[in-house]
Design a protein around this ligand. Structure first.
Ligand SMILES: Nc1ncnc2c1ncn2[C@@H]1O[C@H](COP(=O)(O)OP(=O)(O)O)[C@@H](O)[C@H]1O
Ligand SMILES: CC(=O)N[C@@H](CCC(=O)OP(=O)(O)O)C(=O)O
Length: 258
């Protein structure tokens, strides 16, 4: 049997608040075995852009990233958020190191073209090169991955963090028994996103399509689930969507099935 690996993606609202981030880092630290942390930070980028007088535009959960916004997301994801998370893990005795998709040529992407909307410097993933990290991961050194990729010609590209997590999970699944956990501020996928007591504990593609048509699953949850199902179809053993509590209690949250 291959060595087990848990890839956790943590989203904007958990990262933004000092207290929730601290609880998340405690629980992430407590997870046994080899692990990788992928972080978002969309809300922090929006706040920083506002402070710099730049307007944020999102289309279907993706940030329109012009040259000015690319500078902001590079500073916020690759710098502020990534290094705060690394320092937080080091404080808990976890030997973490921070990377973007450009480091170690980890994730190569191309600028999205041909779409009706010009997203600017937004990358679609072409290639993941996990080899450089695999040896470190086996020694339980923990990569902390920022949602930035590169195009091989010197340009950084902004890439959705849920997609980064899924791309890494699929790639690492070739040599590890890989689980993917999407950790955000709600207990999982909900029938009523405003009511935490309406958790859907199990979701397959058929149910997903039905809930999506009914408008029960919408917004940022759609790409998260598409990435989740794509991971399951490509060798990832388990995909769970949950909140911080669900990270430390197995079986909590929404489990995806094929
Ligand atoms: N059925 C649903 N269950 C839970 N959240 C949902 C649902 N439908 C839409 N959402 C929305 O999706 C959001 C999560 O997507 P997103 O903001 O992209 O996550 P993240 O914080 O991980 O980046 C939730 O905050 C919620 O507003
Ligand atoms: C292209 C694109 O939209 N990239 C995302 C990357 C950050 C992210 O995904 O952050 P959360 O997980 O916190 O939402 C963005 O800039 O918002």
């Amino acid at each position: 049997m291959d060595q087990q690996l848990t890839i956790v993606k943590v989203g904007g609202k958990v990262l933004e608040n000092r207290e929730t981030l601290s609880v998340f880092l405690d629980d992430f630290t407590a997870l046994p075995g080899a692990k990788i942390l992928v972080h978002g930070g969309g809300r922090s980028a929006t706040t920083m852009a506002q402070r710099l007088g730049l307007e944020t535009r999102m289309v279907e959960g993706r940030r329109i990233t012009d040259a000015g916004m690319l500078e902001v997301v590079t500073m916020v994801y690759g710098g502020l958020v990534n290094k705060n998370v690394v320092a937080g893990l080091q404080a808990r005795g976890v030997n973490a190191f921070g990377v973007t998709g450009a480091d170690f040529n980890l994730i190569k992407a191309h600028k999205r073209t041909g779409a009706e909307i010009d997203y600017g410097f937004v990358g679609d993933v072409d290639e993941v090169n996990p080899e450089s990290l695999a040896g470190l991961v086996k020694q339980e050194i923990v990569p902390v991955v920022a949602p930035l990729t590169h195009d091989g010609s010197g340009n950084l590209l902004n890439t959705n963090a849920d997609t980064i997590a899924s791309s890494l999970a699929v790639s690492f699944a070739q040599s590890f028994d890989t689980s993917l956990v999407y950790c955000f501020e709600k207990p999982g996928v909900l029938i009523n996103p405003e009511d935490d007591n309406t958790l859907i504990p199990y979701l397959n593609r058929e149910l997903f399509d039905m809930y999506r048509e009914e408008g029960i699953i919408a917004e940022g949850m759609v790409p998260k689930l598409e990435n989740g199902f794509n991971s399951l179809a490509n060798g990832v053993l388990e995909v769970v969507i949950t909140n911080i509590e669900g990270l430390s209690i197995p079986g909590r949250g929404t489990t995806l099935g094929e």
